[in-house]
Design a protein around this ligand. Structure first.
Ligand code: GLN
Length: 237
């Protein structure tokens, strides 16, 4: 947060906006404003250069064609993004942040190489609620969202999983998402940062360089508990 106004980069929302992940930008903006900090969402459209000056960057999910288009554009501006930059990618965004992904047509595409993971199409589409335990990064707060993807992602040694799957598919091998330095990817839609406030605040803490004061939002906590309980109940019934 170099300037007085925190700039949240929303990368290619018209291409990577199919699953409502642009809402993550609104959540981050609002959580900063509730703490008395100025924040704005800076959308970066396809065809526009990606500035290196924004405080954090978000990528959402999208169909295979949209994802390939987004990757081709973002590769041109790869140098604007480093592992020290705070970056959060969801589904297609996660796959684009990886080193390589394969489309249904069998064509391999280079990703941005900010996460050490590769993605190939799986045997069947994962469409369900997704619950994962979080890694130590989030004090074991469960992660919740919904998933809708065919891709199966395999992590290399340069990334750690964001969590372990409790319900659903995630990466496809029992792990969910990936983290390298300040770059985080996940299969959780929702938007993920509305459903997982601790994850939102982790990204904001990294951006600020220090912990932010906690927010008391009992309504959000209540909805989160309700949703987790309902999903877990569906799993066992
Ligand atoms: N096209 C990718 C897949 O199906 C990503 C889908 C998404 O972003 N939800 O794996």
């Amino acid at each position: 947060m170099r300037d007085s106004i925190v700039q949240i980069g929303l990368l290619l929302p018209e291409v990577l906006g199919t699953y409502g992940d642009s809402g993550n930008a609104q959540v981050l903006c609002q959580r900063l404003r509730w703490r008395g900090l100025d924040a704005e969402v800076v959308p970066v459209a396809l065809g526009e250069p990606v500035p290196s000056t924004l405080d954090l960057y978000l990528l959402g999910g999208g169909e295979d064609g949209a994802q390939a288009l987004a990757a081709a554009h973002l590769r041109k501006y790869r140098r604007a993004l480093t592992p020290e930059t705070v970056i959060f990618g969801v589904c297609a965004g996660l796959q684009v942040l990886g080193t390589r992904f394969r489309g249904l047509d069998g064509v391999d595409h280079d990703g941005l190489g900010l996460l050490d993971l590769t993605t190939v199409p799986g045997e069947r589409r994962a469409v369900s609620e997704l619950i994962a335990t979080s890694s130590g990064l989030l004090d074991d707060a469960p992660l919740t969202g919904f998933e809708n993807h065919l891709g199966v992602s395999k992590l290399g040694t340069g990334s750690e999983p964001l969590g372990q799957v409790v319900r659903g598919t995630g990466n496809g091998d029992g792990t969910e998402g990936a983290v390298t330095d300040h770059v985080v990817g996940t299969y959780l839609h929702g938007p993920a940062l509305a459903r997982n406030p601790a994850l939102a605040d982790l990204l904001l803490t990294w951006t600020a360089g220090h912990p932010l004061p906690p927010l008391e939002l009992p309504e959000v906590d209540r909805l989160r508990v309700e949703r987790l309980t309902a999903t877990r109940r569906r799993r066992t019934s």
